[in-house]
Design a protein around this ligand. Structure first.
Ligand SMILES: *[C@@H]1O[C@H](CO)[C@@H](O)[C@H](O)[C@H]1NC(C)=O
Ligand SMILES: *[C@@H]1O[C@H](CO)[C@@H](O)[C@H](O)[C@H]1NC(C)=O
Ligand SMILES: *[C@@H]1O[C@H](CO)[C@@H](O)[C@H](O)[C@H]1NC(C)=O
Ligand SMILES: *[C@@H]1O[C@H](CO)[C@@H](O)[C@H](O)[C@H]1NC(C)=O
Ligand SMILES: *[C@@H]1O[C@H](CO)[C@@H](O)[C@H](O)[C@H]1NC(C)=O
Ligand SMILES: *[C@@H]1O[C@H](CO)[C@@H](O)[C@H](O)[C@H]1NC(C)=O
Length: 447
């Protein structure tokens, strides 16, 4: 009895006098497409100014949680509790995001990693209060972008990295913060964006390129597994990465093993590869937009939650339903019991619809490759470039004797061009000027 009591005394005392040091490494702060909190664009009076950028300035307060609510309130306003705001000053000029470098970099009062010695108490998590501003031209004022509190209260996870995305009214926009921490005696290992003495990490998609470039065109992105890929970036439309493009008569009637990899010519018709689509969509939440042309006119459809699963599932496609747009909710088109959402990829030589023989969808499934569910969509069919292939060119209706399926989608009979493009979903929430997006699509359709 006496021994047991002593044991308890020993250990609660031990906890009471514990000390630790909290190390916090800032990795990234991003303000979507560049808006102030009142929904006006940074750096411009004019809402239609393209690719508007912010002069980002941050103030942050990091406060260790004690586990006692009364002590944790308002620590940020109590310098004696080591909770004062750190002013980072002008951390970038004319950027919508900051990728912080690793160890040893200083921004105003902040040095990475930021170190907070805690005299007593065990680690119970911490809280980060963020105030983000843009020093704005031509207004010449400090405009508030966002302020929020990010609480990480899992005291059992003493080290790690985390990303926080904060939606903010009045327009659907978001800001994003990524950081790593360690409550112990070590500098935290960086998570998503490790510091590098040679500069920021290479862009992983066209949204990253959109933050620094204003020109549509072919760029190199580097996937999270290190694979470099050439892609067409729709910058004007808000930083979309084109993953499939059909703009000339390049043959897409290929084997399953060819669809697993990149093929085609980036400036006209290409396929990113199922493996690469899987790598991209497992490291970040993306949205998918399908663009269809009939001559110079166009229709689109957008889905959030786009992902392509790994080879073990034959690269099953998943989106959040319903889609939005004028082209029709093709991935939820259900005929013969199945829709394309949730389907594995099939080609003529690898038919993955065990419930249907290939002949049933033959005019579609024998051509190109697709996540055949309903048999009604196939953006990898034939591109018909000769007007004699069309019974009605204005309506994009093919002759019935055409030698294979065209680019088919939902209720849109045939398209003369088509493409699939993706954008991180948190950036989709940011405002993109629909007129500019339409202009970029018109350029694709009429090229
Ligand atoms: C911040 O940047 C703006 C715009 O470049 C500049 O006018 C201002 O002087 C800078 N402020 C500081 C404290 O450097
Ligand atoms: C605040 O930080 C100082 C060192 O900068 C440290 O000595 C002190 O104990 C800390 N105070 C608290 C309440 O954690
Ligand atoms: C993937 O495709 C192969 C070849 O058609 C098939 O044997 C296998 O069962 C498929 N796997 C799944 C999970 O659909
Ligand atoms: C999918 O389509 C069906 C049939 O048109 C409809 O009833 C259903 O609501 C749709 N599902 C979603 C999630 O939109
Ligand atoms: C297909 O039909 C059209 C119109 O009926 C005709 O002009 C064309 O020659 C036919 N093409 C072939 C390959 O038979
Ligand atoms: C489509 O756009 C191109 C380029 O702007 C133009 O040359 C062509 O005449 C247009 N075609 C139609 C049918 O409007």
């Amino acid at each position: 009895m006496r021994l047991a009591l002593l044991f308890v005394l020993c250990c609660s005392l031990g906890q009471g006098i514990a000390q630790y040091t909290l190390f916090v490494l800032l990795e990234e702060f991003s303000n979507g497409a560049g808006f102030l909190a009142d929904a006006t664009r940074c750096n411009s009076r004019f809402w239609f100014t393209p690719n508007s950028k912010c002069n980002l300035q941050l103030q942050l307060c990091v406060e260790p949680l004690s586990g006692t609510t009364s002590l944790d309130l308002n620590v940020c306003n109590q310098p004696q509790l080591n909770g004062s705001y750190v002013d980072l000053g002008n951390v970038t000029s004319s950027q919508n995001s900051i990728v912080f470098n690793g160890d040893g970099y200083t921004y105003g009062g902040w040095s990475n990693p930021y170190i907070i010695p805690v005299a007593s108490g065990t680690f119970q998590g911490f809280r980060v209060k963020v105030k983000a501003y843009s020093f704005d031209f031509p207004r010449n004022t400090l405009g508030l972008i966002d302020q929020y509190v990010y609480t990480f209260s899992d005291g059992s996870q003493v080290a790690g990295s985390s990303a926080y995305s904060h939606d903010r009214p009045p327009a659907p926009q978001s800001t994003f913060l990524s950081l790593a921490w360690n409550a112990g005696s070590d500098i935290p290992a960086s998570g998503t964006t490790p510091g590098s003495p040679t500069g920021p990490p290479p862009p992983e998609d066209c949204y990253k390129i959109y933050e620094t470039s204003a020109t549509d065109g072919v760029y190199t992105i580097t996937l999270s597994d290190g694979t470099p890929l050439q892609v067409f970036c729709d910058i004007t439309g808000g930083g979309w990465t084109v993953i499939q493009s059909r703009a000339d008569s390049t043959d897409f009637n290929k084997a399953f093993s060819e669809y697993e990899n990149y093929f085609g010519t980036t400036s006209t018709s290409y396929w990113l590869g199922l493996k690469n689509m899987n790598t991209m969509t497992k490291s970040k939440q993306y949205s998918l937009k399908i663009d269809l042309c009939c001559g110079n006119s166009s229709k689109s459809e957008t889905y959030t939650g786009f992902s392509i699963a790994g080879p073990a599932t034959n690269y099953t496609l998943t989106v959040n339903l319903p889609g939005t747009g004028a082209a029709g909710d093709g991935l939820n088109y259900t005929a013969y019991g199945s829709m394309d959402n949730g389907m594995p990829f099939s080609t003529g030589d690898t038919w993955n619809r065990p419930d249907f023989p290939i002949g049933f969808c033959k005019s579609y499934g024998g051509y190109g490759g697709w996540w055949f569910g309903s048999c009604s969509n196939n953006l990898n069919g034939n591109v018909y470039t000769d007007s004699s292939d069309y019974a009605n060119l204005n309506q994009c209706q093919l002759n019935t004797n055409s030698s294979g399926p065209g680019l088919t989608w939902d209720t849109v009979a045939t398209s003369t061009k088509a493409r699939m493009k993706i954008l991180p979903t948190i950036n989709l929430l940011s405002f993109v000027d629909p007129e500019l997006e339409q202009k970029q699509l018109a350029a694709f359709c009429s090229s």
